[in-house]
Unconditional design. Sequence first.
Length: 297
Amino acid sequence: MFLRKFILLSFTIIVNFSFAQKKKKKIDTVYVYENVIVYDTVYLEKPLKIKLNELSIKNSEIQQKELKDIMEQEINKEKNEEKARKKLAQRFEFGIEAGVGIKNSNWTINTSNNKKQTGENLGIWISKKILLPQLSLLFSANVYRWNSTFDLDGNTEDTYLNGFYFTKDNQPVLFQRFNNKHFEYILQLKLLYEWKNIRPFAGFLVNRNNYKMQFLVPENNVLNKLDDFKTTQINFGFSFGVQYKIWNNFLISVDYQQFQLKNVSLKNSTFDFDIFKTNNTFAERKVNLGIAYIISK
């Protein structure tokens, strides 16, 4: 009995062993599982025992102070710029000028073939900004010296003015000499517009020409005294032209002037006499080229 069990058990083991050897030759699939553990960082907010109120107030005060300083700087800057503009607008500029010119007076048309009279001038001026920064009002005073284009001498030649004339109280005067060399005094008010370095202008003028004519006049009822008869009237006119700034303080200019000489007369404080006819009107025109220097800058 025991022997039978032993033989059966041995056969079973051998059979199982044989099948086990055959199964080893078969490729098996092996699955590997990985266990991944993720760790998260958790932040917890906790109130800190810090005097945040004082710190917050301090930062706010600093920011407000910085903002206030910036605003004050900008305001002061604007105020300074406005003051500078107002100061520039209120500032007066003044200077000197000189020039040369050509003059044409048609009242001498019958006495000279040379109608063009040359001359020089010197003057002073002052200006101020008005209304707009580009606009200026300029006032000037000039003295012109005009050279003679003809000379009439009653002692050496027979001129159309030679002869005796009589004053209103019937005193005789005898023509001696005359030429158109004379001084001229001009006051001028100009309005200038400044664009870059160019300044066109237009103006209103007042002038006086100082012509002289010499006569022999009576002294103690004897015609033996040489005396001058001079022009006394004031004339009005206009001008226009342009200035150009060539350097910081230097300007060159060209302008045209025209006057109406009404009732030209020659007067003497002692003798009431006028060689010209009354109610006469003459035109006087001139072109000037000048240079000006700004002293105030």
